[in-house]
Design a binder for this molecule. Sequence first.
Ligand code: TH1
Length: 817
Amino acid sequence: MAKPAAPDFHQLESLGEDIKRYVLSILGNDLYPPDPFRYYSGLAYAIRERLIRMWLATQASYYDSMSKRVYYLSMEFLPGRFLMNYITNMGMEDGCRQAAADLGFSLDDLAEEERDAGLGNGGLGRLASCYMDSMATQRIPGYGYGILYDYGLFHQRIVNGWQEEEADNWRRHGSPWVIDRVEHLYEVKFYGRSEAYTDPQGVLRYRWAEADTVMAMPCDILIPGHGGKHVTNMRLWAAASSTGFSLRDFNQGDFLGAMQSKIHSENISKVLYPNDEPIQGKELRLRQQYFLVAATLRDIIRRHKKSGPGFDEFPDQVAIQLNDTHPTIAVAELMRILVDEEFLGWDEAWAICRRTFAYTNHTVLPEALETWPADLLGRVLPRHLEIIAEIDRRFLLEVAAAHPGDQGRQNRLAIIDPASRRVRMAHLAIVGSHKVNGVARLHSDILREKVFPEFDALYPGKFTNVTNGITPRRWLLQANPALSRLITARIGPDWTTDLDRLAELLPLAEDPDFRKDWRAAKRENKKRLARYVLRKSGMGINPDTLFDVQVKRMHEYKRQFLNVLHVVTLYNRLRRDPHLAVPPRTVLIGGKAAPGYFMAKRIIRLITAVAETVNADDAVRSRLRVVFLPNYCVSQAEKVIPAAELSQQISTAGMEASGTGNMKFALNGALTIGTLDGANIEIMEAVGRENIFIFGLTAKEVEATRAAGYDPGRRVAADAELAEALDMIGRGYFTPSEPDLFAPILDNLLRHGDYYLVTADYRACLEAQDAVNALYLDPEAWTAASIRNTANMGFFSSDRAVLEYAKNIWNIEPLGE
Ligand code: TH1
C-alpha cells in the first residue's frame, strides 16, 4: 500500500510569489527597483511561514509525549544569521537558489543582507546556540531561555588603528525570526522588602512586599533541527514597563517620573554586557539575571502545572541547566516559589531544587568567578538574600558535621564569604545542583583538583566533565560548501548528523587525487576570503600564501601578543635574509576587546601598527602580510574559518577552559598550532600528535613556574631575537610618532612578572612555527595532515555533547522518530 503523501511544507512552487507578496504586504515596499534587503526580508518571511507550519504539525506529538524536558538557561546566545541555517536544516537550498535566481538575485547575496543576532560575547553564547541546533537535531525535548537584548554585542570599527565601539541595534530593520508572544506576559518583582506574617494555620511565612514590577514578554525564535523533523524553541524575554505602575505616577501629575520608571524597567533588556570574562558587578546586570530567571521559572511552572503532576514529580519532568553562574539566582528563586508561594516545607523544597539544577562552569579565571555584595543583592532581591543565608546556614552545618572544628574550611566553602560579605555564586550553584561540569577534560580536572577540591571531597561524584562541541551543520555543511560537497561525494551525506562518519575519509589522505581536490576546496575558500577582505578593507591578500589565523576575543591570557612576537621575529628574519626558505604568509587576526579593557585595546593597536609597518615594507612585500579583521562575529567566522590553514590556539596553559574555535578550525582542515590547554589536548589526542603543532608549558609547569617566581628578564637576556622584538615594540619602531604607546604592555611583561608567561613560551612557539613552515613547504604532506584533522573531529560534534548531557546529567531520552 502506498504511504499517504507527506504534507509539502516546502511549497516550492509558490515560493517566488510568496516572496513578492511579503515584500508588498508585510514590508509595504515596492517590488521595483529590486532592493536586495527587501527581497532578503521577503524570503525570510516566506521561510518563517513554512517553518511555523511545520512546527505546528510536529509540536503536537512533542507536547503529547509526557517526557522530561531540559531548560537551558543562558544570559547569552550567539546564533549569528538564521536564513541559511533554516534553509539548510529544512532541506530547501536548491529550491531557494532557484527562487532567488528567478527574481534576479543570488541566494548568497540575499543571505549577506541579514544582520547577525549577536546576543552573546563569544564562546559561551555560541556554545549555547550550537546546543540548541543539536537538541533540535537529536530530538532532545527542551527549550533555550535567554534575554532579547535590544542591543547585542557592539560593532567594532578600527579608526586610526584603534578599536571604536558602535551600538548594535540589530532589530532596527525588523527581525523575521522573532515571534512576539504578547499574550503571555509575566510580572517580575524587584526591590521592596521581605515581610513575615502568620497564615490562618498559625505558621510563620514570608512574602515580598512593596516591590516594583516589570513585565516580561516572551519572544520566540524557532530552531529547526537538521532534516526539519524537530524544532526547538528559544524563548527570549523582553522587558516592558508594567503600565499600572507608571499610570499611577502619571495620574498624580508626574509625567516625567512615570516615563523615568518606564525607562528604568525597559532598561533591563536594553543591552548585553560586553565583557567576556570577567563579568561586571553592576546592579543592572543583577536585575537582568533575575529577570531571566523569574520569568523563566514562571513559564516552567505554568507548563508543569498544566501537565498535571504535583511538585514531588517536578525533577522527573524538569531539568534546568545553568550556563555558568549567571542564572544561579534561580536556585533561590525556585526555593522562594516552593516555600513562600506553594507552601512546601524547606527540606522538601530543597530536595526538589537539588534534583532539578545542574551547573556548567566555563572558566577558572579568578576575576571571572562571580560574586555579589550581599547588601546590593539584598536591596534588589530582599527575600532572596534571606533564602541564600538560610541555604548557607544549613550547608555550613553539613560542612561542620563532616569536619568538626574546622572553621577555616567553613569560611572557605561558605556561600556568603564572611570576610567580604559577598555572595559567591559558584558556591550557591554547586550546593544547589546535583551535577557540576567543566567543559573540557583538563578544565574539569582543574575544577576538581585546584578550584573546588573541598566541594569535591564533600560531594563525591557531583563533579563531572562534558567536553564542548560544535554543530557540524553550521560549521561545515553551511560554512564550507566546497569541502562539504567533496566529503559527501566520497562518503555520502550521513556525516552531517553522525560526525564520526568522517573517519571514513582517513584512507583518502593517501590518495593523491583526493588531496588535489581537497586543496582545490581550500583554495576556493581562500579566494572567497580574499574577496571579502578586499571588499571590507580595500586590502589585497594573496590566496597562494599560508593563511595563519587567530580570531577570538582579545584577552591577555589568549596571548595575541605572543602571535605578534612571532610576526615581528619573522619580519626581522625576512629583512635580514630575503631568500629565507619559508612559505609566504598572511597573518589574519581578529577579535573584540571589552570596551573597558585597557590592555586588550592596546594590543589591538599594536597589531594594527605592526600591520601598517610590515605591509608598507617593500623588502618583505610578497613574503609577509598582516591583517586585522574588524568586527569579528559569527557571520565573519563562517568565512574566515573555512579559509584558514593554520589555527592559532596559544593560550597560557590552564587558562582557556575549552575553546570551541579550535574545533571549528580543525573540522575545516586547518592544522592547529597550540598549547596544551582546554580542548586542544583532546584535539591532539584525536588527530594524532604528528598532525598538530604543540608547544609550550603544560598547566602544571605554568603553576610551578609561577610558584618559583618567574624572571622574564633573564629569559629575554638569553634570547637575542626575543630581546630585539621587544625592543622594537618598546621603542616605538612601529609607531614612531608615539614611541611610548606600548610601554604599558612591555611593563606588564618585564616589570610585573609576565603573568601570562609570553616570554617563557616564546622560543618554543618559534620552534613550532619552524615546523609549520617545513611541513607547509611539502604540500602533499600538509594536505594529508589536513585531511586527517577533519577526519578525526567526529568527537567534537555538539550532537555528542548534548547526548552526554541528556544521559549523564539531565536523565532525558531523545524522542523517537
Ligand atoms: C568561555 C571560555 O572562555 C571558553 O574557554 C569556553 O570554550 C567557552 O566559554 C564555552 O564553554 C567563557 N565565556 C565566558 C563569558 C562570561 C563569563 C565567563 C565565561 S567563560 C561572561
